[in-house]
Design a binder for this molecule. Structure first.
Ligand code: HEC
Ligand code: HEC
Length: 280
């Protein structure tokens, strides 16, 4: 893994007042805030056990501390919010977007949006506000063959993520399914999103070696395996416009007569996503 150099962020922050909000409760973030934010995102479960529902950390997916262009990069992210997103169906703040990943990708419980932990994570995002957005990666939008994917997983992934998908902590490779993995409501539980991530970033030590079809097959196989539920998922895409690879039925899509995806095996949710600020 590439080492993270904080000096870059120190250079970015010094002399550049970063405005997140100017109330007394939200002072201008400092380098120390950004450092703490990154520390939380790197050791989420150890730092915030009550908010974590699995063994993942933010940087398990947002690789290289959110700077890898092919892995849902955070370069320029702070400048894109607030923005309308179709999944919740309203204009979302960046704090709320982070909470969505906590509730879904970390299968955890949302943080208070005005709390210190959220402010620190936002401070880290602010360090990349002025960075150019990387060009979008080629999406892998192919149907996957589960049997081929099972063989592909055994050959390309199991040595790090385990034959049972539970991950191998000794190799710092996290779970890709099961109770320590992301919940069904996560973006990564969509086949095209997972296949695109895998195609460009996995195997970790040989990224960019799989064909698009191999990545699609492996993603299809991984997503036949059980993972935690996401209560309230039926309220997603309230305008009835879910992408075609969403793994569960939503109320609005059913009402619009759209096809219902096949059932996926679900595990009970360990940590409820709900919090006072949650709209779900
Ligand atoms: C299981 C993988 C996974 C984990 C873990 C994860 N995320 Fe995400 N994250 C995603 C995916 C997938 C997207 C959607 C990318 C897209 O919209 O194409 C995303 C999007 C985001 C975005 C929006 C980026 C943008 O430019 O709009 C932010 C911010 C974010 N995540 C922050 C976090 C934080 C903070 C954590 C930890 C608390 C986290 N994520 C954990 C997979 C993950
Ligand atoms: C050399 C070991 C290695 C191999 C082989 C490998 N990975 Fe990974 N994988 C990792 C590491 C390390 C991470 C990031 C972990 C971190 O930083 O927390 C990761 C992250 C992931 C993630 C995002 C986090 C999560 O656990 O959901 C997915 C999905 C994933 N790998 C899927 C795959 C697939 C599918 C394959 C086979 C094509 C594969 N990986 C092969 C080591 C590996």
């Amino acid at each position: 893994m590439r080492a993270f150099r904080l000096s870059r962020f120190v250079r970015l922050l010094v002399g550049v007042p970063v405005i997140v909000g100017c109330t007394e409760r939200a002072p201008t973030p400092t380098v120390a805030n950004a450092e703490r934010g990154l520390a939380l995102m790197t050791a989420f479960r150890d730092s915030l056990p009550e908010h974590s529902g699995n063994a993942l950390r933010c940087v398990s997916c947002h690789l290289d501390n959110g700077t890898r262009p092919t892995a849902m990069s955070w370069l320029g992210t702070a400048a894109r919010y607030p923005r309308y997103r179709a999944r919740p169906g309203y204009e979302e703040t960046l704090a709320r977007r982070i909470n969505e990943c906590i509730a879904r990708s970390l299968a955890g419980k949302m943080l208070p949006e005005d709390g210190q932990e959220m402010r620190d994570m936002l401070a880290y995002m602010e360090t990349m506000r002025a960075s150019a957005r990387p060009a979008p990666v080629d999406s892998v939008k192919l149907l996957g063959d589960v049997a081929h994917g099972e063989a592909g997983y055994a050959g390309q992934c199991a040595r790090c993520h385990g034959a049972n998908g539970a991950g191998l902590p000794a190799l710092a490779a996290p779970a890709v399914w099961g109770s320590e993995s992301y919940a069904i409501g996560a973006g990564m539980a969509r086949q095209y999103t997972l296949a695109t991530f895998v195609r460009h970033n996995m195997p970790f030590d040989h990224a960019d070696t799989l064909t698009a079809q191999e990545a699609a097959d492996i993603a299809a196989y991984v997503l036949t395996q059980p993972r935690q539920d996401h209560p309230g998922k039926e309220r997603d895409w309230p305008k009835g416009d879910p992408p075609s690879d969403v793994a569960y039925a939503t109320t609005a899509a059913v009402a619009a007569g759209k096809p219902v995806p096949p059932d996926r095996p679900l595990l009970p949710r360990r940590v409820l996503p709900d919090s006072l600020i949650s709209r779900h």
